[in-house]
Design a protein around this ligand. Structure first.
Ligand SMILES: Nc1nc2c(ncn2[C@@H]2O[C@H](COP(=O)(O)OP(=O)(O)OP(=O)(O)O)[C@@H](O)[C@H]2O)c(=O)[nH]1
Length: 510
């Protein structure tokens, strides 16, 4: 009886909802008019142009078949389009093929139903969807490098050159492999960086390396003494015989500064990079192994110092290096800073964002961060550094990839001794640990010192660290050539309603 009562209640609710929100024109005139978003004219144009099989959902997907992608049926290479030939019969129309399965199917797959931060099943190393599969036949000159980094279906051998000596004892796991899928230049408030995106065969996360090595952008690299460039061996490898130079450049395997005038593909290096370095003169590269923190880095949460640490690491690594004077160069030399932040997607010390948010509530209730983790059934710290080790090997940082012998090492920015130990276990030579002192502490100490020196109660000390932050909400305003260009394009080409600021001209308000 109660169930029946509930059913009829639900039906009545649904009817009421239909009446209030349905496409009934009389209802629309009422106070409860439909609240659909305005129709996008581009969407209507796309629907007319393509027919009823293209739905609103397709419009949001990449439904165009990839150029030169053999598996995409109906793909047509638009780069070869030179206009319609009026003398020929009209060309066959190509159907748009969605490469995404129906949502029902996707939801049923384990990938999307799992909780965001659950560890996923091991997947084999896959190339990006739009890149050619690695070929089994390779030119002998590139085999040495390519085999070190590219998964081969016939062989699961792990090359010591990239994967190093840090074999995992868990034999149920395949040997760890990482591959840099793409690299691009990123201007930061502290100077240029190269963002490297990695895939691996341990988890399905996209770990990153922010490489700082502006000497690579120099027009005349030989004019100053430079250390060997920090390059990814897996990125610079030739992935297949069908891969063109342009394919390689697009994925970031280029040298120098990429521009409309300069597009030079890199060559796979068989030399250990440090063999060209000025051994002993240049300090080892400065690195940081940083763990993802959405709250600290994106929201600017002041619950932790993660945002500041990321920013501070990029700042410190970017600082120019002063080389000591030599008989041939008595005044000494400054060279650009060099190093990398390895950015691991292990949010919340590996417990994931969901658990970290719950842990924060426990912390609000009076527990500390460690207890909160334990109360949720997690360890205090669930992070691992194998992938960081593999990425460092790929970048030849702290390891000599060709001989597995000890290299110049790295200086590591951290206060966490476990990290130093984990890196050592990965075969990385830690030449020095560089502490990360919180900026607020530095500031307060400087203020205290100044107060003591001048015997004034309220001196505010200008802090040399007080520069715009790369990731901190509330950082000072930044501007630069790339940002200006982008904003200008948004105003002039994409109709963004912004005042157009050009340095040499007047302010134009649209
Ligand atoms: N579970 C949990 N994770 C946190 C909390 N605060 C920050 N984190 C995470 O901690 C990680 C950063 O670790 P930290 O302990 O701050 O520093 P560290 O990397 O161990 O050490 P340093 O190299 O010295 O910075 C990031 O993944 C953050 O998301 C917290 O209250 N609870």
């Amino acid at each position: 009886m109660t169930a029946l009562h509930h059913t009829s209640d639900a039906a009545a609710d649904a009817a009421l909802l239909d009446m209030l929100t349905g496409p009934n024109p009389r209802a629309a005139k009422s106070a409860f008019a439909r609240r659909d978003a305005a129709l996008d004219p581009l969407l209507i144009a796309a629907a007319f142009a393509s027919g009823p099989h293209v739905t609103r959902n397709h419009y949001h997907h990449d439904f165009f078949p990839g150029v030169m992608l053999p598996k995409a049926e109906g793909a047509w290479d638009w780069t070869k389009y030179t206009g319609e030939d009026a003398s020929k019969p009209p060309r066959k129309k190509y159907a748009y093929v969605s490469r995404q399965g129906p949502r029902r199917q996707r939801l049923a797959s384990s990938e999307e139903t799992k909780e965001n931060d659950e560890p996923r099943e091991t997947e084999p190393l896959k190339p990006a969807d739009n890149l050619p599969l690695p070929s089994k036949k390779r030119r002998s000159s590139v085999v040495a490098v390519a085999s070190a980094t590219i998964s081969d279906a016939t062989s699961r051998h792990r090359s010591q050159s990239i994967l190093g000596s840090a074999q995992k004892t868990d034999t149920s796991l395949p040997p760890l492999e990482v591959r840099c899928m793409a690299r691009t230049r990123i201007p930061t408030p502290h100077g240029p960086a190269f963002l490297h995106l990695y895939h691996n065969n341990r988890d399905s996360k996209e770990h990153l390396a922010i490489v700082i090595d502006p000497a690579q952008l120099s027009d005349s690299p030989n004019s100053i003494p430079v250390a060997s460039p920090i390059r990814s061996r897996s990125l610079d490898s030739v992935w297949s015989e069908t891969e063109t130079e342009m394919d390689r450049i697009i994925r970031g395997a280029y040298v120098g500064r990429l521009s409309s005038a300069s597009q030079q593909a890199s060559t796979p290096s068989s030399e250990p990079p440090h063999s060209r370095s000025l051994g002993g003169v240049i300090p080892p590269p400065l690195i940081r192994i940083h763990s993802e923190c959405f709250t600290g880095e994106t929201v600017g949460s002041m619950r932790c110092d993660c945002g500041e640490q990321l920013d501070e690491a990029i700042r410190q690594i970017s600082l120019p290096i002063s080389l000591p004077s030599t008989p041939s160069n008595p005044s000494g030399t400054m060279i650009p800073g060099r190093g990398a932040v390895i950015y691991l997607r292990q949010e919340g010390r590996g417990i994931g964002l969901l658990s970290k948010i719950r842990a924060y509530n426990l912390q609000d209730m009076g527990h500390d961060t460690v207890t909160a983790n334990l109360m949720l059934g997690h360890k205090a710290d669930e992070r691992g550094y194998e992938i960081a080790g593999a990425i460092l090997r790929d970048l030849s940082l702290g390891t000599d990839p060709s001989t597995s012998s000890i290299s110049e090492g790295v200086r590591v920015l951290t206060n966490n001794p476990d990290k130093v130990e984990a890196l050592k276990q990965e075969g990385v030579r830690v030449a020095e640990r560089v502490p990360m002192i919180p900026r607020s502490w530095q500031q307060r100490k400087a203020a205290t010192d100044a107060t003591a020196a001048h015997d004034h109660a309220h001196i505010i000390v200008a802090d040399s660290n007080d520069v715009a932050g790369a990731t901190m909400i509330g950082g000072k305003a930044v501007h630069g050539e790339d940002l200006d260009k982008y904003l200008r394009t948004k105003v002039l080409r994409m109709g963004h309603m912004l005042p157009l600021w050009m340095e040499e001209t007047e302010l134009i308000i649209y």
